[in-house]
Design a protein around this ligand. Structure first.
Ligand code: NAG
Ligand code: NAG
Ligand code: NAG
Ligand code: NAG
Length: 352
């Protein structure tokens, strides 16, 4: 009962701050849902190109970095707190650009005020990518901050503990299923202490935008979508081609992040898990049977690298007439690398 009261206080607090009713937080285990207003900045994207599944030939494959522009620290100039945000991912939905950040810490003149394991901001302009409008880390509530993605009731009691807590972290972009709906995957980690963290798998966050009221609803149908007995599909990268979502996962357990595995599903069936298919690169076939690895399966991987992959982003490039993967090399040396391929399942060529 204490727990339910806590949640009510939390929803009242956030609704007061945003001056828009928070619709609900579903307390049923293990689902969770939360609605809140987001700032109403539009950043319409140009219509996405619609490549065929197999594109050939690639052009302009002499990849060179021609110039670099430093846009500076991403910040909301109206936020009274100084915010430190860990890496995250972006999401286009309903002509808005949303940023999710992982651990987000707020300081007031050098004094620590609040932290949360994820937060949400809206981009104010394409021309100034560092200009944000913070939606969930902009005001303090009696207990701290509300995370952007709702906790399930198992996770909720662990919120905002410095050392023992659940962490919902994302490292890539979402993919859109309709004009106003998108899916973003978050890792589910639980830290038991500062030095011991378990990885439970990942969770699918379904984003629904009401474009008239700028109300965003984020729902999770289950606490863990792809458990740690399989691969975290959609957590490394994702891409939609001809209405089919390709969801990429790193094998961190057995390959140390060097193998990438892929699943696919029609965007309109994204919550129907029996409709997912899993790729085996050694036979070039898709199967409805989800892999339950007990060892490294390098030949089944759609990509395999000599160093660990880290965060990735995948899309079709008209200029290159190829699918591109841009990824961080996991050596914390700010090196990004590029691979390109004629189809979502490769063959992938790593060029830099
Ligand atoms: C996004 O912009 C396009 C082009 O102006 C428009 O057709 C579409 O209805 C907009 N979608 C939303 C959800 O506002
Ligand atoms: C931080 O300190 C300055 C100078 O004392 C003060 O004007 C400002 O209001 C403080 N910031 C906050 C968020 O209280
Ligand atoms: C796998 O997930 C379970 C929860 O489903 C968790 O108890 C366990 O510690 C996780 N294993 C690892 C190796 O993180
Ligand atoms: C790249 O290739 C595509 C398909 O062959 C072509 O339509 C496009 O014009 C090319 N782009 C450039 C910049 O060469």
């Amino acid at each position: 009962m204490v727990y339910i009261k806590d949640i009510l206080l939390a929803t009242i607090a956030i609704s007061g701050v945003l001056a828009t009713p928070v619709v609900k937080r579903d307390t049923a285990t293990p689902a969770a849902s939360v609605s809140y207003a987001i700032p109403s900045y539009l950043t319409p994207v140009r219509p996405a190109p619609n490549p065929s599944y197999y594109v050939w030939p690639a052009n302009n494959t002499d990849f060179v970095v021609e110039s670099l522009e430093d846009f500076g620290k991403q910040e909301d100039p109206d936020n009274p707190l100084t915010i430190y945000r860990d890496g995250g991912g972006s999401c286009n939905i309903g002509n808005r650009t949303i940023w999710f950040f992982c651990d987000t810490l707020g300081y007031d003149n050098g004094t620590f005020k609040a932290m949360t394991d994820n937060s949400l901001s809206v981009a104010q302009s394409f021309d100034e990518p560092s200009l944000l409008a913070d939606a969930t880390s902009n005001s303090l509530y009696s207990y701290g901050w509300q995370p952007a993605v709702p906790y399930t009731s198992e996770e909720y009691p662990w919120r905002n503990w410095p050392s023992q807590r659940f962490m919902l972290w994302t490292y890539t972009n979402c993919f859109q299923t309709t004009d106003t709906q998108a899916v973003q995957f978050f890792h589910v980690f639980k830290s038991n202490s500062y030095t011991s963290t378990s990885n439970w798998g990942n969770t699918m966050a379904i984003l629904n935008l009401d474009p008239n009221t700028n109300t965003l609803t984020i729902s999770r149908n289950e606490q863990v979508t792809f458990p740690n007995t399989t691969y975290s599909y959609g957590s490394f990268a994702s891409m939609v081609v001809n209405g089919v979502a390709f969801l990429y996962a790193l094998d961190n357990t057995y390959s140390g992040g060097k193998d990438v595995h892929v699943a696919r599903v029609a965007t309109w069936q994204v919550t129907q898990y029996n409709k997912y298919q899993y790729y085996d690169a050694s036979t070039k076939t898709w199967s409805y049977t989800q892999p339950q690895p007990t060892a490294r399966r390098q030949s089944a991987a759609v990509m395999s690298n000599w160093i660990p992959y880290s965060t990735g982003s995948m899309f079709y490039s008209e200029y290159h007439n190829a699918y591109l993967l841009i990824y961080f090399d996991n050596w914390a040396d700010s090196t990004f690398k590029v691979s390109y391929a004629p189809s979502p399942v490769g063959p992938w060529t790593c060029v830099m």
